[in-house]
Design a protein. Structure first.
Length: 312
């Protein structure tokens, strides 16, 4: 039997602590140096094996960093502890005529994923009404159950129906914002609408197939398993609906994706060809969640440019 003294245990623990610290510091330095770059268009990104491995390593580090940074807010939301973002989970218009920004998180996600976007918007000193709701059952429900409460809150608010609207959603939230857009138009909303989706689960993911066949550790409901299965019938129906009706009432569409997405596979499932002159931005070295926070500046900047084109 191998026995360790107390001093040896302390040494090993200290060594592990310093190694963990070095990894975190290195990750933070890389985040400063390796800022996201984009390739535009639907053309698939080709990479060598070495580059692919390196990008996957960096993307994993980005995801771990995101989890560490977002953990306090996620815990407070789970425990219903009020914090700086709690107010934004309910729609409280400060100016009924100001633009509306609706930010929808993904499956088992959290509104805190939009913290970078919110900070950027507030730094611009722009009058906007921000709404970052917590989706029913964190999105583990039917699409109707996910979007209808959000839509009702918007339509029952004091907002002017001529206000510009930016709907931004990530992962399953991408599907939700398109349904919200459709409901707003059907209710008579006249203001221009811009939609931005990040790592949107349009055509589902092949990973869901494995969850259905092998193991469902997070207990996804049957409807979600069907909707998010790769190239499923519900996925095709939603894309067709966007192409033929909903998309015609949207002023601008931006689609973002990361080649190193660890949940939406293949990544081009996030980039359906909608025929709406959509703007496509593809990046790498970022995971499914970190792509949201790390590309916030680019998305908000494009929103501000779009807003100014409408006289705001």
């Amino acid at each position: 039997n191998v026995h360790f003294s107390a001093d040896e245990f302390v040494f090993v623990f200290a060594l592990m602590w310093y190694v963990a610290g070095a990894v975190v510091v290195t990750a933070m330095i890389l985040r400063k140096i390796l800022r996201p770059t984009f390739r535009e268009g639907h053309k698939k990104v080709g990479r060598s094996l070495i580059r692919t491995v390196l990008c996957k390593v960096v993307a994993t580090t980005e995801e771990l960093t995101f989890l560490l940074i977002s953990m306090p807010a996620r815990v407070m939301n789970i425990c219903n502890i009020p914090h700086s973002g709690t107010k934004l989970q309910t729609l409280q218009p400060t100016d009924p005529t100001a633009p509306l920004v609706v930010m929808v998180h993904g499956l088992h996600g959290d509104p805190s994923i939009w913290d970078n976007h919110i900070k950027k918007l507030r730094n611009e000193n722009l009058k906007v009404n921000i709404y970052a709701p917590k989706i029913t059952n964190l999105g583990n429900c039917s699409l109707d159950a996910a979007y209808q409460p959000v839509l009702s809150n918007i339509l029952n608010s004091t907002l002017s129906m001529r206000s510009p609207v930016w709907l931004v959603g990530t992962s399953n939230g991408a599907r939700i914002v398109w349904k919200i857009a459709k409901g707003m138009r059907e209710a008579g909303w006249e203001g221009p609408v811009k939609i931005t989706t990040v790592a949107g689960a349009y055509n589902g993911s092949k990973i869901v197939y494995l969850v259905k066949k092998l193991w469902n550790p997070v207990r996804l409901c049957p409807q979600i398993l069907e909707d998010l299965a790769y190239d499923s019938k519900p996925a095709q129906q939603l894309v067709d609906e966007i192409k033929t009706s909903t998309g015609n009432h949207v002023d601008q569409v931006d689609l973002y994706a990361t080649v190193d997405d660890d949940r939406i596979f293949p990544y081009d499932s996030c980039l359906p060809q909608l025929g709406l002159k959509e703007n496509v931005f593809v990046t790498e070295r970022l995971g499914h969640s970190s792509v949201v926070t790390r590309t916030a500046d680019h998305q908000v900047s494009r929103f501000l440019t779009w807003l100014s084109s409408h006289g705001f």
